[in-house]
Design a protein around this ligand. Structure first.
Ligand code: NAD
Length: 499
């Protein structure tokens, strides 16, 4: 029945039927599909229509999942790394075989354009592939002993059961970036996906099952917004859970940190950002405009590394604003993610649209100028026009809070020092971008920006090979790359004496 609403996204009836095998409504606990007393609706952001009802798991189901994960941990951690690696590889292969169906599910529940959803599936599968390889490269150490009769060893061991809480903006990749690393390390997981996008997490469970990942290793407890705090609390306080890994807002991250403190769990936090994008006088303006477009408007501005503030030096300011506006009007198309030429899908829900609206009206009331866009888009309730504001100042909300929508505010600056000071004048520090062709300036600014990731003459920087994460209140720890697996490993020092 769900397929009726989004069948327009499929090219043929058999394709739609194939997708239905990945569409699940129940939680996935201990290798079984488990219902709950009530269900909650998953809505299509583009139309507001109900796609499907999903089991509303509560604390009881979450405890059941934790217990399943704890039981499975014993044998999963003992499995040779080569075996864990092969199972992850199989899971990856199945994701690739089912990439079109997975992409359709993402577009339906998240709204992003189908081509972007397909890129997310490849990115998401890439983490599973990467960590299938990393599983076999976990090394300990032998350290020179200060005593003749002792030998000193370092072992790396999985931390245990990991509670994984993920956001809706990358319904698949934010899961595999964590779960790939966890499973490779020998941990088992309980995933609580975002209430807006549980279908991708459940589709991944179906494929994990088909791949032969043992029961209890990957568990999913979908739940509604109402049940979320109580389910989160179980994950953060249950003594059987050793680690919490979270991606989402800084406000939620702080709640989880407080809760996790009661049992001193390991934590990884990927939180919000307020990314600056600085264009210096020496920049190649056309490249900067292309980078700005990609960095700002991907996923309709709903990524944590999306630029939130454009800082443009006075010598190139007017040319940059003019060409950026032309590029927005020329290249961006608002519509349903299932339409072929769409580049800008809906925002996730009405609250998100209201936030963009609030940021625009606050900025305009304080003197900003709307260069293009500026209001809701006629395509539908959750759509907003790609918007460019100039004459923006640092007292405006859009420079202080993450807008998480298609709004590009431009501030003018005079000197490099001023730009770096504005860029750093925030309590978060995830990504930062700048465009310059002056090598000395490039080194200076890359070192001075208080962020975890820097794009120099680049507007997109995420990849499975590179360490993703932030400083200040943007989080703790790194994901992906050779560092990501460390978040799921303990270091054990072994002193072998009396030799
Ligand atoms: P959110 O914090 O509202 O929700 C994220 C997840 O936390 C969801 O699964 C939600 O159900 C859950 N949650 C909310 N309240 C909870 C509670 N009390 N207990 C347990 N779980 C709870 O964030 P969002 O609006 O879904 O996502 C947007 C935010 O995520 C933005 O700030 C963005 O920057 C950030 N984000 C960060 C990264 C990163 O890697 N740093 C990546 C993507 C998104």
């Amino acid at each position: 029945m769900a397929l009726r609403l989004w069948a327009r996204g499929f090219s043929s009836a058999p394709a739609a039927a194939a997708a239905s095998s990945l569409l699940r409504s129940d939680g996935y606990i201990g290798g079984r599909w488990v219902g709950a007393a009530t269900t909650f609706p998953v809505l299509e952001p583009a139309s507001g229509a109900e796609l499907r009802r999903v089991a509303d798991c509560g604390p009881a189901e979450c405890r059941q999942a934790v217990s399943a994960a704890a039981s499975a941990f014993g044998s999963w951690k003992e499995a040779p790394a080569k075996e864990r690696s092969a199972l992850l590889r199989k899971w990856h292969d199945l994701m690739i075989q089912n990439k079109d169906d997975l992409a359709n599910i993402i577009t339906a529940e998240n709204g992003k354009p189908l081509q972007e959803a397909l890129r997310e599936v490849l990115y998401s599968a890439g983490f599973v592939e990467w960590f299938s390889e990393e599983a076999r490269h976990i090394y300990g150490d032998v350290i020179s002993s200060p005593m003749r009769d002792r030998r000193i060893l370092v072992l790396k061991q999985p931390v245990g059961v990991a509670g994984i809480i993920t956001p809706w903006n990358f319904p698949s990749a934010m899961i595999t970036r964590k779960v790939g690393a966890a499973l490779a390390a020998g941990c088992t997981v309980v995933v609580k996906p975002a209430e807006d996008t549980p279908l991708s997490a459940l589709a991944l469970a179906e494929l994990a099952d088909q791949a032969g990942i043992p029961a209890g290793v990957y568990n999913v407890v979908p739940c509604s917004r109402e049940k979320t705090p109580s389910v989160g609390e179980v994950l953060c306080t249950d003594p059987l859970v050793a680690k919490i890994s979270f991606t989402g807002s800084t406000a939620t991250g702080k709640i989880l940190l407080r809760q996790a403190a009661s049992t001193v769990k390991r934590v990884s936090m990927e939180l919000g950002g307020n990314a600056p994008f600085i264009v210096f006088d020496s920049a190649d303006i056309d490249r900067a405009v292309a980078g700005a477009l990609a960095s700002k408007y991907r996923n309709s501005g709903q990524t944590c590394v999306c630029t939130n503030r454009f800082l443009v030096q006075k010598g190139v300011h007017d040319a940059f604003v003019k060409r950026f506006a032309e590029a927005i009007q020329r290249e961006l198309r608002v519509g349903s993610g299932f339409q072929e030429d769409t580049t800008q899908g809906p925002l996730i829900n009405e609250k998100a649209v209201e936030k963009v609206e609030r940021h625009v009206s606050d900025a305009v009331s304080k003197g900003a100028r709307i260069v293009t866009g500026g209001k809701r888009h006629s395509f539908g309730k959750n759509f907003f026009e790609p918007t460019l504001l100039s004459e923006v100042t640092t007292d405006m909300l859009c420079t202080q809070e993450e807008t998480f929508g298609p709004l590009a505010p431009v501030l003018k600056f005079d000197t490099e020092e001023e730009a770096v000071a504005i860029a750093n004048s925030t309590n978060v520090g995830l990504a930062g971008y700048f465009y310059s062709q002056d090598p000395a300036q490039i080194w200076r600014v890359a070192e001075r920006l208080e962020v975890g990731m820097v794009g120099i003459n680049e507007g997109l920087l995420s990849s499975v090979e590179c360490p993703f994460g932030g400083v200040k209140q943007s989080g703790l720890g790194r994901e992906g790359s050779k560092y990501g697996i460390d978040e799921y490993l303990e270091i054990k020092y072994v002193c072998y004496g009396s030799l």
